[in-house]
Design a protein around this ligand. Structure first.
Ligand code: XBP
Ligand code: MG
Length: 254
């Protein structure tokens, strides 16, 4: 079994708890700007998270509420344009500093760098969303801390397909067993597992009922020394929160 060499982070729901107060808000802003009377409330958005990827999510919504619109000529371009507006609104929101990292993430990334672990990102969200989140929370230089940022349409099939993880593994030139993925959802867990990568899940309000069988551990937060997370599955982290020694210990159990 190779030693733990790289951490591969999911973004939405994992680095930041940003779906409800970030992406959802930006989708609604784009809809209003386009003169549409579509509005995704927090509960509906939770249902729409069944489909990953913003353009795919809009299409899924149309299939449920406005199925006839999917047959309109130019609908693919319309969705693309709408989604580009959503990305613009989302990035503008990030630039205000309104979306923080989840508690413990900054500490964990700092510890990982001190331990010389290699870092990567595998996400379904658009590349500019990732780099802007990193810049606005960890500083300008942080984008370069990640050897590969595999994001959005870089692969044709989004999570739960393993493609984005295959892409990241190839770029890292590492065996899946030398890596550990950090995910928040069953979709992400399935994607990483299908690529052979062991996974620790740190869930959130939208993903707390997900089936996370196959994860090395499931927690409700990364935690910090004075703010310990609840362990929902797997062994308790040695210091009570998610740190590098606990990630190494879980990784050995794969
Ligand atoms: C989460 C997603 C994304 C975002 C929206 O991805 O499914 O679609 O909700 O991002 P992950 P875009 O957890 O893998 O980071 O609108 O840019 O697609
Ligand atoms: Mg996620």
């Amino acid at each position: 079994m190779p030693a733990l060499t790289a951490l591969i982070f999911d973004v939405d729901g994992t680095l930041a708890d940003n779906e409800c107060d970030g992406h959802r808000v930006a989708f609604n802003q784009a809809f209003a700007e386009a003169g549409l009377d579509w509005h995704w409330d927090a509960e509906r958005y939770g249902e729409l998270l069944a489909v990953t990827g913003g353009k795919e999510r809009i299409r899924y919504y149309l299939s449920q509420d406005w199925p006839q619109r999917l047959h309109e000529p130019g609908i693919d371009d319309y969705i693309k344009t709408l989604h580009a507006a959503k990305t613009r609104h989302y990035v503008a929101l990030l630039e205000t500093g309104a979306i923080p990292l989840r508690p413990g993430i900054k500490r964990l990334i700092t510890e990982a760098r001190q331990a010389d672990l290699r870092l990567a990102i595998a996400t379904t969200t658009s590349p500019v969303n990732v780099t802007t989140l990193l810049r606005t929370t960890l500083g300008e230089a942080s984008v370069d801390w990640f050897e590969v940022i595999a994001a959005g349409d870089i692969v044709p099939a989004k999570k739960p397909a393993p493609d984005v993880y295959h892409y990241a593994l190839k770029a890292l030139n590492l065996a899946p067993s030398a890596c550990l993925a950090l995910e928040d959802s069953a979709h992400g867990l399935r994607a990483a597992r299908a690529a052979g990568i062991p996974v620790v899940v740190v869930n959130n309000a939208y993903t707390q009922d997900d089936d996370c069988s196959g994860a090395l551990a499931v927690l409700d937060g990364f935690g910090d020394p004075y703010n310990l997370p609840t362990v929902l599955a797997g062994s308790t982290p040695m210091n009570g929160y998610v740190d590098i020694p606990s990630l190494r210990a879980w990784h050995k159990r794969q």
